[in-house]
Design a protein. Structure first.
Length: 44
């Protein structure tokens, strides 16, 4: 019983980690794109 509970917790932790990684990536990606655009404009 404890083994399946541990497995369920492991899956839940992995899922939350994956979701937070996706959320951070979605939040950071536009910032990186805009920063790159600013650098290109500055160098131009």
């Amino acid at each position: 019983m404890s083994g399946s509970k541990f497995h369920r917790n492991l899956v839940a932790a992995f899922a939350s980690l994956l979701m937070s990684t996706i959320a951070v990536g979605a939040a950071v990606a536009p910032a990186q794109v805009s920063a790159t655009t600013v650098e290109v404009v500055t160098y131009a």
